[in-house]
Ligand binder design. Structure first.
Ligand SMILES: CC(C)(COP(=O)(O)OP(=O)(O)OC[C@H]1O[C@@H](n2cnc3c(N)ncnc32)[C@H](O)[C@@H]1OP(=O)(O)O)[C@@H](O)C(=O)NCCC(=O)NCCS
Length: 174
């Protein structure tokens, strides 16, 4: 059971495993609603120990999420089930940004993976997201490839979307 408490900006925050009742709150109103089905699938994968789906809380309010994928992925440079794991679906909701929460969440994941004997953590970052890239570089991630593979998802109304955004893929030695 993962649950950590740490002071942040003088306030208490915690990072804990997801529970089912978090799913709607993690949509943050309309902001992430389109990912409802993906989030439900990740929740199932968490229950089946294929992923670690973590939720951050500040003053008992849900403030963000991050998912650790440690399955054997088709792209084993991201996650190979043994030495590499992939961090994704990382977000801090707007009122909680720029206070160090994102950094603390990533640092937790890096420590967690190291304790589980993983050797590398990988993360992808859209090229049009320089602020996230800066954060990853500051934490010691290094770009090792770029990718432009379109991916598809179905929104909460069953409408299909294709996302085609060039990305950097980064890794950090743990
Ligand atoms: C990217 C994201 C997760 C970062 O979360 P965050 O909680 O704002 O991250 P942090 O506060 O740890 O760091 C962000 C910046 O705030 C700065 N910061 C940290 N603590 C701070 C504080 N107390 N006061 C002011 N700034 C602070 C950090 O230095 C960092 O700046 P830098 O990267 O230029 O050095 C968040 O902006 C987000 O959810 N964005 C939308 C979704 C997204 O882009 N996800 C990433 C997909 S690749």
């Amino acid at each position: 059971m993962i649950k950590i408490h740490q002071p942040l900006d003088g306030q208490d925050w915690l990072l804990r495993e997801i529970k089912k009742s978090d799913l709607r709150l993690l949509e943050y109103g309309r902001m992430y609603r389109k990912y409802r089905k993906l989030m439900e699938l990740s929740y199932q994968d968490h229950k089946n120990h294929k992923k670690v789906y973590l939720v951050a809380e500040v003053k008992r309010k849900i403030a963000g999420q991050i998912i650790i994928d440690r399955r054997v992925l088709k792209d084993q440079t991201k996650s190979d089930g043994v030495s590499r794991a992939y961090l994704y679906s990382f977000r801090v909701f707007p009122p909680f940004r720029r206070r160090g929460l994102g950094t603390a969440m990533l640092n937790f994941c890096l420590r967690y993976l190291k304790e589980k004997n993983f050797l590398y953590a990988a993360i992808a970052c859209e090229k049009k997201n320089p602020l996230a890239l800066k954060l990853y570089l500051r934490l010691g991630f290094k770009i090792f490839k770029e990718e432009d593979l379109p991916w598809e998802f179905e929104d909460e109304e069953g409408k299909k979307h294709t996302v085609s955004e060039p990305e950097w893929v980064l890794e950090k030695t743990l």
